[in-house]
Write a new protein. Structure first.
Length: 114
């Protein structure tokens, strides 16, 4: 059973914007932690942005001021608005929802060209 479905990745030039979406099943959407992670070749998956509870947000330093995490509870969807993208933002982006167990999306490729 697919619990999380991601969309919104793509190829964009540096300075451009993309918005990622992650829609969760009714069973898991309101878990205590929800977040976006990024993985690049040869590196471990790293946190980009997350919700702690329903309101508190956290961001890795590299994306502060450029990325915004948000959610639409009625649509069971979490978003990552990415502005002023840089080549170093390139990677596969995964959404995660967790609360005891972890659930991951399938990943979506983001490529930023210089």
């Amino acid at each position: 059973q697919v619990e999380l479905v991601e969309s919104g990745g793509g190829l964009v030039q540096a300075g451009g914007s993309l918005r990622l979406s992650c829609t969760g099943s009714a069973r898991i959407f309101n878990m205590p932690y929800m977040g976006w992670y990024r993985q690049t070749p040869g590196k471990e998956r790293e946190l980009v942005a997350g919700f702690i509870g329903s309101v508190r947000r956290e961001y890795t330093d590299a994306v502060k001021g450029r990325f915004t995490i948000s959610r639409d509870n009625a649509k069971r969807t979490m978003f990552l608005q990415m502005n002023n993208l840089k080549p170093e933002d390139t990677g596969v982006y995964y959404c995660k929802m967790s609360g005891g167990r972890e659930y991951w999306g399938q990943g979506t490729q983001v490529t930023v060209s210089s």
